[in-house]
Write a protein that binds this ligand. Sequence first.
Ligand code: SF4
Length: 420
Amino acid sequence: MSAQGCQSAPVLRERGQREVFCGLTSIVWLHRKMQDAFFLVVGSRTCAHLLQSAAGVMIFAEPRFGTAILEETDLAGLADAQDELDREVARLLSRRTDIRQLFLVGSCPSEVIKLDLEKAAERLNAQHGPRTRVINFSGSGIETTFTQGEDACLAAMVPALAATEKRQLLVAGALPDAVQDQMLALLSGMGIEDVALLPAARAEDAPAIGPGTVVALAQPFLGDTLAALERRGARHLPAPFPFGEQGTTAWLAAIAAEFGVDDAVFERVTAAPRARARRAVAQAAAPLADRSVFFFPDSQLEIPLARFLTVECGMQAVEIGTPFLHRQVMGPDLAAIAPGPTLSEGQDVDRQLDRARAARPDLSVCGLGLANPLEAEGLTTKWAIELVFTPVHFYEQAGDLAGLFARPLRRRDALRLEGA
Ligand code: SF4
């Protein structure tokens, strides 16, 4: 492998029709993470339906997201829409006194009619703050993909964070609680306590930020959040993302080096979970070895996952498509991927489908909309969206991560055997 890997490989840039979910989807995992927040989508009935179906069969005694429906009449009178929004928010907050953070989430309809949610958030903050902080961000499907909802949400929170000079580690990116606990235990084992988290579970635990803050990203789709943190003086710690044994070790090693953790301590803390993760990956990845994989741009996890699948599971990447290629964030993962695959940014779906048909990869990682047509053509697929709804980070999930990709190949192999 060259020292640079794919870091300076040419990128095919495409700007055509795309097949991705919109940023409202992020609300499904964000509302679980932020326990005193409410996400009020300012959108149409389509947006309400998307949220309901993305949230699946979850039943809440007190739901923490909802939709303020823009009716057709709102298109004619923006002033009415703002008044209606104020009434809706007042009703919600008087009924739900537990809400400390209210997110006004923009949508395609609110953007098309140019409803100014920033102004609305300012006005509502004056009315309902400081008890409830009102923040706006966009979850619209215009020029975005679904993980950008989290990026937009976290980036919108940054300007209001308190200031601190303290030297500290901040981990940005929503992780399932069990995975977050594993991460904090590893860091604490290395002597790094008191880790700031964005997002925090509750508004009162929101991190403070400043020039002593070093940011480790736990999710690769947080380019705007990182830029917002840097504007507050924080510094990015580049590292591969913590997927698989090697990704997790490299991510932790970057933090250990930054905070002066002794090599022996690092070894003591990581040796056992590393060995477990290596064993689990070796076992789960057997069906992946020497198989080819093609990534359609969808979740923005594509580049770190391509590193995991090629370096740790023995797969060969044909094409690694990603909605946005953020070199500062993706650099360390790109450097670890051997040259060869086509790197593509953005999408022109028909042209990309033609490339996949020509390559006939063993596995295509793609959005829900493309999976059925590709399966009908005899190609094996993995839904990219599953990867953001399943715990996949850090050592204890490394085997499960390999297993997620191995399962469709196993199923296909079993069907072939039955048909033989
Ligand atoms: Fe559809 Fe746009 Fe609403 Fe998302 S925000 S559900 S893409 S209309």
